[in-house]
Design a protein around this ligand. Structure first.
Ligand code: GAL
Length: 690
């Protein structure tokens, strides 16, 4: 296992682009002094620096980078060194046009944007190998080097001839024969049967664009192809610097308006197996005008928890903004206090860093108005600089948190493949399938009650959780069905829902109202799935209270499950809407409809009580104050974060020690608007399980 915590400090710093300032030596000269006063200890160097490192093919200029390495080292900083493949130099595209991407319409791109290279191009792979090798040879033993940041935000697809050929090879090794593909993708439909491998092209708006099984395999191929490129990138790094950890920055996206969810295009569950530490770029829309800051915080917490859960170890926030971004429609600055609050939230959820895009804003080009530690005034007396430096000072006081673990007894399953498959094709409501967003609705119940939740994949071990929430698990394999059964049989509690178990791994339907294994586990079968328009609702009655449903109603029949709620209206009035079945030593629930948050709160309240999941630190949770805890062998670190514009007071059940001031924290804890307190306690002090 490669270590990544060379440093006991929580990493604080971020993208540093001296390559843009080589004509301004006085700026570079002052940078280190300013970094020291901003309590910065880490810089990410070299992202997009290829043309400064190799201005002509085979002619390398490392002098400026040598100088920066020395300066950073002298002030006691770490370098996270990027491989520069995210932005290729112009000479490369000019001489070898194959390195540029071809889109799904067959158009070859010209050199322009970053991240637009072909993952198959042998020339690109070779040129990347050369520059990466040079970097590893030159800086591999430098004491400031602490981590490799490989490329930048891998994403996208290429449809060139090389990629087409790789796609066919990938299919050959997966399916062996055309006959198997024809069956797996149901190609007898619309006379689509393949009779020659050369007929297989990638999906395209100009060609095959409705074959669901193909689309799903294409997404899998794109993930594998990206990982393959990444592995080619890291081969020289592993060879020359086996002691230096390797990561690549994952992303989150706002897909529909106001969403904040992990990037969907690449299966990060799979990718995470190939990195030493998960890192990601976190840009929630803080202080927006469409939701409370608590809601933004809940979404942000969800994504942090998902990235924590991939490897179940501390992760790195590789980028975040100290202020606003430049790429929203409206780019609001974080309000005073929100920078520290939102950054502490990263640490609370398992990050061992707060890193920024970027140290100093560029003077020109497209990101000059993006937030930076030194924003477009380049002044260290600006508010943002002062808040960053105050935050850096606070991080030094809570350094013991670095490397600490997290513990959750609740997990939500997110499956990239189900998401791809569910979003595809006709039927149902196109805008309302909303798989990750629905998971966030479930998550919010626990977030508001300060109950830690992991967001796992179907590959993770289910056995360590007391409660497993797996709604909309559209694509299920027999292996997953057996895992779910085993989990409940051994005493687990499972929550399932409509849109579950509809297709197998090649997107072929299961017949008979659910796969047999799920029928046994849930004690129901699904007869129909009704779609509601956005302004339509049904009503269910649960424990003598009525709740509105929306978007979807599965019409189900019980086999041997108990009915906890029934629909009130429509032709399926009085049929089951919520069921429960005891299976082995455990229990499974089925939610037939998409429910409102107030239903979810009441539904989970009983489960939380039965399983004793509640947070024992407080008498009662406040929905806008979030409490998260990290654990090491002897201590626990509790973060109390006020995501509201009002003062909040909570009643603690025991006395805690303030980590930043030599004092006890009052049991009657009052937090000012946006305030964060970090407390610690000895492990043995706490009576409950953890
Ligand atoms: C990231 C990217 C950075 C910068 C930033 C702006 O996605 O990695 O290079 O462009 O966005 O928010």
């Amino acid at each position: 296992m490669v270590r990544y915590d060379l440093d006991k400090r929580i990493l604080h710093g971020g993208d540093y682009n001296p390559d843009q300032w080589l004509d301004y030596p006085e700026i570079i000269k002052n940078d280190m002094e300013l970094m020291r006063s901003a309590h910065i200890n880490t810089v990410t160097l070299g992202v997009f620096a290829w043309s400064a490192l190799e201005p002509e093919e085979g002619k390398f200029c490392f002098g400026w980078m040598d100088d920066i390495f020395e300066r950073v080292h002298q002030f006691g900083g770490n370098v996270i060194l990027a491989t520069p493949s995210g932005g290729r130099p112009k000479w490369l595209s000019q001489k070898y046009p194959e390195v540029n991407r071809t889109d799904s319409l067959g158009r070859k791109h010209t050199h322009g944007s970053r991240h637009d290279h072909c993952y198959s191009s042998p020339v690109y792979r070779e040129k990347v190998r050369i520059i990466n090798r040079k970097l590893a040879e030159r800086y591999g033993q430098h004491p400031a080097l602490s981590m490799w940041h490989v490329s930048n935000e891998y994403s996208g697809e290429c449809f060139c001839e090389y990629c087409q050929e790789n796609w066919r090879q990938w299919l050959k090794s997966k399916y062996g024969s055309l006959d198997n593909i024809n069956k797996a993708w149901w190609m007898s439909f619309w006379s689509s049967t393949y009779s020659d491998w050369k007929q297989i092209l990638p999906p395209s708006p100009l060609g095959e664009n409705k074959v669901h099984g193909m689309d799903l395999d294409w997404k899998r191929f794109v993930t594998d192809q990206t990982i393959d490129f990444y592995q080619a990138e890291i081969a020289p790094l592993r060879e020359i610097t086996p002691q230096i950890p390797v990561t690549t920055n994952f992303m989150a996206e706002g897909q529909n308006n106001h969403d904040f969810i992990p990037l969907e295009g690449i299966d990060y569950g799979k990718f995470s197996k190939y990195v030493d530490v998960v890192s990601w770029d976190s840009y929630p829309d803080w202080n927006n005008n469409y939701e409370s800051i608590a809601k933004t915080a809940m979404k942000s917490a969800y994504v942090h928890d998902q990235y924590w859960s991939l490897k179940q170890q501390p992760f790195i926030v590789m980028e975040s903004t100290p202020s606003g971004v430049n790429w929203h429609q409206f780019n609001k600055n974080k309000r005073p206090g929100v920078h520290i609050l939102s950054s502490m939230q990263q640490i609370a959820h398992g990050s061992d860093s707060t890193l920024y895009f970027q140290w100093r804003s560029a003077r020109g080009n497209s990101e000059k108005f993006h937030g930076a530690v030194l924003g477009y005034n380049h002044s260290d007396s600006d508010r943002v600089f002062r808040e960053v430096s105050e935050y850096g000072k606070r991080l030094e006081k809570i350094a013991a948190v670095k490397g600490a673990d997290k513990k959750s007894r609740v997990a939500i399953i997110f499956d990239w493949e189900s998401n791809w498959a569910l979003k595809r094709g006709g039927g149902f409501g196109r805008p309302t399938r909303l798989y990750p967003q629905t998971l966030q609705d479930h998550y919010s119940v626990f977030w508001e009650k300060d109950i830690a939740v992991d967001i796992i994949t179907v590959e993770h071990d289910f056995g360590k959780y007391d409660l497993l929430i797996a709604p909309l698990l559209y694509l299920v394999t027999e292996k997953t069905i057996s895992k779910l059964q085993e989990y409940v049989r051994q005493g687990g509690t499972l929550v399932s829902s409509y849109f579950t178990g509809m297709v197998n791994e090649t997107d072929l339907l299961y017949f008979g109202g659910l796969p047999d294994g799920l029928k046994k586990l849930l004690g129901i079968k699904v007869l129909e799935l009704d779609t509601l328009y956005e302004n339509e609702h049904n009503v269910i009655s649960f424990k003598n209270t009525e709740y509105q449903t929306k978007d979807y109603s599965a019409i189900i029949e019980t086999i041997d499950a108990d009915v906890l709620a029934v629909y009130q209206t429509e032709f399926y009035a009085k049929t089951p809407a919520v069921t429960k079945k005891c299976f082995g030593k455990g229990t499974s629930y089925f939610l037939a409809a998409r429910n409102s948050t107030d239903f979810l709160q009441d539904f989970y309240a009983k489960i939380i009580q039965d399983l004793h999941l509640g947070n024992s630190l407080v008498q009662y949770s406040l929905p806008e104050v979030s409490i998260q805890t990290r654990y090491n062998n002897s201590e626990k670190y509790h973060f109390f974060m006020n995501f509201s514009t009002k003062e909040k007071t909570m009643e603690l059940t025991r006395e805690l020690t303030d980590m930043e001031h030599p004092a006890k924290i009052s049991r009657h804890l009052t937090l000012k608007p946006y305030e964060v307190k970090v407390a610690k306690e000895k492990m043995a002090d706490e009576p409950n399980k953890w």
